[in-house]
Ligand binder design. Structure first.
Ligand code: SF4
Length: 395
């Protein structure tokens, strides 16, 4: 894996010149622009045990391959005032402002790509003094890669808030995926965290442009978005409602959640960090909607009276609320099986396939099909065996 340290080392030794077009990169710039993406998890494969590393991230390409990407900002200067961001103009801890040129970024990307360190580029950015000027440079980078160097690697381009529609269209013609960060669940929560961005016109309108241009562009990995969780005071239920809108009306491929973590020098430096489990539970909720195809009304049962998820499996909370009797794996439908904690889409499919040939005999057989028996047993009955110890079924 190539890390920022390794890239800085390559830059120091001018090793980026060896395979791609000649570039000489200041290691401090490489570090600052790589570090600037640390909290941007959009496009990365989320894992609570492995927070996104600066310099590298992973993404799933449209064909399901997991690819390593060189992840960087184009510039760490930003004219916006997001109260949690170290690139913002209202951050008192001033880091030196750096920008790449398209040629520098092309040189680094090609060298890393041809050396098999990466399979693509994830390019984000601060908005600089003018977002259209920065978008133009980001698009130019992708254009040189694709058209001058026949670059076939993966490209994810971040669309800047307020970007011009023509730049969005060009980005979509060159990239595999584009994204624009929602950051907040609503306009009022956006006002809590950033006074300079207009939620409707800078963000939602840009997402609609992408949606509407999708029919003309070949954008194999679609559009995604990201929310910062807990920087404002939104509940998980508000986040869920916004994400539903994103999936149903905007057609985003995936939403990503990033737990707020206070940064020195920002106006939110003294706010409580959000626990990683909140991020994790939101991903589980998202999974129930996207992969398990739970109805939104079922998912509503996972929230407490204040609209928050507890630090426990939301599927278990929903099962306790909604299942009114144990499920028999020999007769339950695929959808009923999927609602049992400990049974996922793959094990549910295996159960359905096996019982077409022979009846399911017991727990050991279910375990061999991938069912997590400890979690599932209280919700199952089979051939007279029933472990259900749930109070609601004890009568
Ligand atoms: S738009 Fe906000 S979050 Fe993004 S770089 Fe600028 S200040 Fe930071």
């Amino acid at each position: 894996m190539v890390t920022l340290e390794k890239m800085a080392h390559l830059a120091q030794e001018s090793r980026f010149d060896s395979l791609g077009p000649a570039v000489s990169i200041d290691p401090e710039k490489l570090g600052a622009l790589g570090e600037g993406t640390r909290h941007d998890v959009c496009a990365s494969t989320f894992s609570p045990q492995s927070p996104a590393l600066p310099g590298i991230c992973h993404a799933f390409a449209h064909d399901g391959r997991c690819v390593s990407l060189f992840k960087t900002l184009y510039t760490n200067y930003c004219g916006h005032q997001c109260n949690y961001c170290t690139n913002a103009t209202n951050c008192s801890r001033k880091t030196r402002a750096f920008s790449y040129t398209p040629e520098e970024l092309v040189g680094i990307t090609l060298s890393l790509y041809r050396s098999n360190y990466i399979e693509g580029l994830f390019l984000s950015s601060g908005s600089g003094r003018n977002e259209d000027c920065i978008m133009e440079k980001m698009v130019e980078t992708a254009r040189i890669l694709r058209e001058k160097h026949d670059f076939n690697g993966y490209i994810h381009l971040k669309v800047l808030p307020g970007a011009d529609r023509s730049h969005i269209q060009e980005a979509m013609e060159l990239a595999d995926r584009v994204s624009i960060n929602l950051e907040a669940a609503s306009a009022s929560h956006m006002n809590e965290i950033c006074a300079t961005k207009n939620y409707e016109s800078d963000i939602l309108q840009r997402q609609r442009y992408i949606r509407d241009l999708m029919s003309k562009a070949n954008l194999p990995a679609g559009q995604t978005t990201q929310l910062v969780v807990g920087a404002g005071k939104e509940s998980d239920e508000e986040i869920f409602r916004r994400v539903l809108y994103e999936y149903q009306e905007i057609g985003v491929r995936r939403a990503y959640y990033s737990a707020f973590s206070p940064q020195k020098g920002t106006p939110f430096a003294n706010r409580e960090p959000q626990p990683m489990w909140r991020e994790h539970r939101l991903y589980q909720m998202d999974w129930l909607y996207r992969i398990y195809r739970f109805h939104p009304q079922e998912i509503e049962h996972a929230f407490d009276e204040n609209g928050f998820l507890q630090n426990s499996d939301p599927k278990m909370a929903i099962a306790r609320e909604l299942m009114d009797s144990p499920v028999d794996p020999n007769i339950a439908s695929y959808q009923e099986l999927l609602r049992v904690p400990g049974i996922g889409p793959r094990s549910a499919q295996r159960i359905v396939a096996l019982r077409q040939r022979q009846p399911i005999a017991g727990k050991a057989e279910l375990a061999s099909l991938g069912v997590r028996i400890k979690r599932a047993a209280p919700f199952l009955k089979i051939n007279g065996w029933r472990d259900a110890t749930l109070e609601m079924w004890s009568a």
